[in-house]
Design a protein around this ligand. Structure first.
Ligand SMILES: *[C@@H]1O[C@H](CO)[C@@H](O)[C@H](O)[C@H]1NC(C)=O
Ligand SMILES: *[C@@H]1O[C@H](CO)[C@@H](O)[C@H](O)[C@H]1NC(C)=O
Ligand SMILES: *[C@@H]1O[C@H](CO)[C@@H](O)[C@H](O)[C@H]1NC(C)=O
Ligand SMILES: *[C@@H]1O[C@H](CO)[C@@H](O)[C@H](O)[C@H]1NC(C)=O
Ligand SMILES: *[C@@H]1O[C@H](CO)[C@@H](O)[C@H](O)[C@H]1NC(C)=O
Ligand SMILES: *[C@@H]1O[C@H](CO)[C@@H](O)[C@H](O)[C@H]1NC(C)=O
Ligand SMILES: *[C@@H]1O[C@H](CO)[C@@H](O)[C@H](O)[C@H]1NC(C)=O
Ligand SMILES: *[C@@H]1O[C@H](CO)[C@@H](O)[C@H](O)[C@H]1NC(C)=O
Ligand SMILES: *[C@@H]1O[C@H](CO)[C@@H](O)[C@H](O)[C@H]1NC(C)=O
Length: 538
């Protein structure tokens, strides 16, 4: 093994491929032997999947198989977590391309299921990959009723299933590949609830991972659920004077884009810094000369509430509003089960609890209980930093599910906790705003793809074809930082035509380490990343 690696994926695979003389076969019996010292664990299944094969065990959260897989062994394990609860996890153990590394991935919303698709993507790099169902079977946008009077499963979802699955996976991987010196490096990559899981895990168990890539983390469970409910109630009930019909949402977004777009040096429909825009809400008002696609003063108040910080009794900051340029559809388009379900099933244990009477006292109750101990608010991340752990965090600026500002709050709170002790955050934790990206992936116009968790692109197995390097691929950037000590100063995001690989490359543009933002240099091809720079504007 050479000391210095060239950080191209092809090079990595060539250099790191090990001769595969495994200690055991890919059979349930073999894995039963490996885990026999753990009385809480049992093997559900083990199947050898051939090159280009497909595998999955459908759940409500992940109904589809991972496809086009490298040859690997797929294993399912069940772990008892209390007298009457358990969780499952799946492992993909690549055959010839194993890179001597481990990577775990996470979940979305209140969903429960093994994330086979992301495990499949990351197995192509050569990682042994793992995902847990967190102890239940439910879709991401669900009302959380699985957690009703079920505190143990809530704890599994909150943090226990992830840590337990990581710990057991590491011992399985070590034995399966028969490596005396252990796994070289362990990583984590996921988005949304998956982002929360990664942060929560390294806060509680700093040794689990050497590096984590977390997108749009749902870290502030209690306040995020509160804000989701509050936002839904801003535009409730239907038909009242303050109510805005969903047909007007695109008008609101378009006006914001119009006013905030030029700040990055180019009018292209991408708002690079929504936080730096001084938006004039009154432009949305109906006037005597314009009475179509416009709002009344009372409706304007609804928009104002939705896009500004929620501050409640005693001037208490509760949660940031949506960012300018975001389609408010998820928040204002109906009261979401992610908001009211949290309170009914997890806080009050009463599915008849009337969410229309929601007040700040309910937020305080949620904070007091913190269902599942899920909130990732242990801002003193010194233990993770001290053991050399690295964090690459990113958040789209047009996220209507988890307001982008919540990642800024997290970043600022970690700064407030560590900076007074002389810590330079950039030394272990870098945060990127992804202009124009929606929740975890996708944009109409802006380059957003960096091969992160839940960023599948039609036609791509993994990474950024043709650009399989640490400048374009966040997983390779994380590895380069952890293993080669070079931190990314920026990443280059990619957009394909209609987000489909076969239709060809549309544009590439840097995303920048916060608080820098991309700025067009004023000349040259706007779709070429070299014509953009990362700059601190204010
Ligand atoms: C892989 O499998 C898919 C679906 O089964 C098939 O369409 C494709 O041709 C296969 N590719 C290779 C390289 O074998
Ligand atoms: C998904 O994978 C399972 C397990 O390998 C297999 O039995 C099933 O046929 C696959 N489903 C599809 C749609 O390919
Ligand atoms: C999850 O529930 C669905 C619907 O009941 C069922 O079809 C599926 O098999 C379940 N998946 C698992 C892994 O239990
Ligand atoms: C497990 O047992 C506890 C304590 O008896 C109970 O509160 C909980 O509802 C049970 N959970 C399930 C999933 O049966
Ligand atoms: C609801 O039940 C959970 C345990 O599942 C408990 O922690 C919480 O305190 C209960 N809520 C109330 C309001 O009693
Ligand atoms: C009327 O105002 C809306 C909202 O700002 C705007 O989208 C629309 O273009 C305006 N129409 C005209 C004719 O000015
Ligand atoms: C607001 O502040 C007052 C005066 O300090 C205090 O008595 C009250 O409990 C506070 N209310 C809340 C909801 O924290
Ligand atoms: C919740 O997490 C905190 C650390 O953030 C820990 O001190 C506490 O013991 C945990 N509680 C439970 C019930 O796991
Ligand atoms: C891209 O998608 C749009 C909208 O679905 C469609 O009208 C257009 O034809 C597509 N472009 C290509 C090149 O397929």
């Amino acid at each position: 093994m050479p000391d210095r690696l060239s950080w191209g994926l092809g090079a990595l695979q060539t250099l790191l491929a090990v001769s595969t003389v495994y200690a055991i076969d890919c059979t349930p019996e073999s894995f039963s032997t490996i885990i026999e010292s753990n009385p809480d664990a049992t093997v559900n299944y083990a199947y050898a999947v051939p090159q280009n094969g497909s595998f999955g065990v459908p759940s409500l959260a992940f109904p589809t198989n991972a496809t086009n897989l490298p040859a690997l062994c797929a294993v399912g394990i069940n772990v008892k977590s209390s007298a009457n609860t358990s969780y499952n996890f799946g492992l993909f153990l690549p055959d010839t391309i194993w890179n001597e590394r481990f990577l775990a991935t996470g979940n979305g919303g209140y969903g429960g299921g093994i994330n086979w698709p992301d495990m499949g993507i990351f197995s192509h790099y050569g990682f042994a990959t793992m995902s847990t169902d967190t102890g239940h079977n439910a879709s991401a946008i669900s009302d959380g009723s699985w957690g009703l009077n079920n505190p143990e499963t809530l704890i599994d979802w909150g943090y226990r299933a992830m840590h337990g699955s990581v710990a057991l996976s590491k011992s399985i991987v070590t034995t399966y590949y028969s490596i005396s010196e252990g796994i070289k490096y362990s990583y984590y990559a996921s988005c949304s609830t998956g982002g929360r899981q990664g942060l929560r895990d390294v806060q509680l168990y700093p040794d689990d991972f050497d590096g984590i890539s977390v997108g749009a983390p749902a870290w502030w469970s209690t306040h995020l659920a509160s804000a989701t409910l509050k936002q839904g109630l801003y535009n409730y009930p239907t038909g009242t004077p303050k109510y805005i019909d969903p047909s007007l949402f695109s008008t609101i977004k378009a006006e914001m884009t119009k006013q905030c777009d030029a700040q990055d040096g180019l009018v292209d429909g991408v708002v690079s810094d929504p936080f730096g825009c001084d938006f004039n809400y009154q432009e949305l008002l109906c006037t005597s000369s314009n009475s179509t696609n416009c709002l009344t003063p009372v409706q304007l108040q609804t928009v104002y509430q939705s896009f500004n910080d929620w501050v409640d009794v005693n001037q208490t900051f509760v949660f940031p509003g949506l960012t300018l340029g975001t389609d408010p559809g998820f928040m204002l388009g109906g009261v979401s089960p992610l908001g009211y379900g949290y309170f009914q099933s997890w806080v009050y244990n009463d599915t008849t609890w009337d969410y229309t009477q929601f007040t700040y006292a309910d937020v305080q109750k949620a904070d007091e209980i913190d269902p599942g101990n899920a909130t990732a608010d242990a801002f003193d991340m010194t233990p993770y930093m001290d053991r050399g752990g690295k964090i690459l965090m990113y958040h789209g600026t047009a996220d209507s599910l988890i307001p982008t500002g919540s990642s800024k709050v997290f970043y600022n709170r970690v700064t407030e906790t560590l900076a007074p002790h002389g810590v330079e955050l950039d030394d272990f934790y870098r945060f990127f705003l992804v202009p124009g990206m929606q929740h975890c992936s996708t944009s109409d116009v802006a380059p957003w793809y960096v091969a992160g968790g839940s960023q599948q692109i039609e036609g791509i197995t993994h990474s950024v074809p043709g650009y399989e390097d640490a400048d374009h691929d966040i997983i390779l950037a994380l590895m380069k930082w952890v293993e080669g000590s070079t931190a990314p100063e920026k990443l280059i995001a990619t957009k394909y035509v209609n987000d489909t690989f076969e239709l060809g490359l549309e544009s590439q543009r840097p995303i920048c380490v916060y608080p820098k933002q991309p700025q067009y240099i004023g000349s040259g091809d706007v779709n070429a990343p070299d014509n953009w720079e990362c700059k601190r504007i204010y």
